[in-house]
Design a protein around this ligand. Structure first.
Ligand code: HEC
Length: 195
């Protein structure tokens, strides 16, 4: 027998032996690595919990509580033209206008909107300059696709648009808290005055 054959038979025997030995009723998991990763100290949402009367970890929130980031606009002003017009009629910016809040609105606008709308709101942001995206209308001289001049857009209309988006503009509900959106609305009003 040549060496290669002996090596081949040895390898085959080892392979068969390992396959056979892995069968059977032996449920022993073998060496467990970092066992504490399988058994976390904290409760999981779905794990039983004897600290609560109903024995569950996940409890129903008490009546009247609101989840973090809850946004009343979602309930009262849906993403429809009626919701947009109702938001325009009823919503007023609840954030007081101060040098500080306006400055915060400007920073948020520059981060979240200016790449499309442009630093001064003229619809000439950096991605528009690539000529792959149609320019949004200017806040001061353009017209809204929903009717009326952009410079006349109200608090509610701008807030509704940031929340739900409009056509090519995506919604910003999950990226911006209601307060952040209102600060941006404040700054968009400044850009509506740009000559
Ligand atoms: C991806 C590019 C993009 C981003 C980012 C973007 N917009 Fe727009 N926006 C548009 C386009 C395009 C339109 C025009 C949509 C239409 O009328 O079909 C528009 C329209 C609007 C309008 C007019 C709505 C109306 O009623 O006619 C407002 C107000 C507005 N955007 C505000 C914002 C603000 C504030 C931000 C940042 C939070 C923002 N947008 C982010 C692209 C963008």
């Amino acid at each position: 027998m040549n060496k290669l054959r002996i090596l081949g038979i040895t390898f085959f025997t080892a392979a068969v032996a390992s396959v056979i030995s892995s069968c059977g009723d032996n449920k022993e998991p073998g060496l467990e690595f970092a066992r504490n990763m399988y058994d976390p100290i904290a409760y999981n949402y779905d794990s039983p919990n004897k600290n609560f009367a109903n024995g569950q970890t996940a409890q129903i929130p008490p009546a009247g509580t609101a989840p973090v980031g809850y946004d009343k606009v979602m309930d009262d002003y849906p993403n429809t033209i009626e919701g947009y017009l109702a938001a325009s009629a009823n919503l007023r910016n609840p954030v007081a206008r101060t040098t500080e809040t306006l400055e915060q609105g400007k920073t948020l606008y520059l981060h979240m909107c200016s790449h499309c709308h442009g630093k001064t709101g003229q619809g000439d942001g950096s991605i528009i300059k690539l000529e792959k995206f149609p320019p949004p209308p200017s806040y001061s001289t353009g017209n809204s696709s929903r009717g009326g001049a952009m410079k006349d857009l109200t608090d509610g209309k701008i807030f509704h648009t940031i929340t739900y988006g409009l056509n090519l503009m995506g919604p910003h509900r999950t990226q911006l808290s209601p307060t952040e959106r209102w600060k941006i609305v404040m700054y968009v009003h400044e850009l509506q005055k740009v000559q």
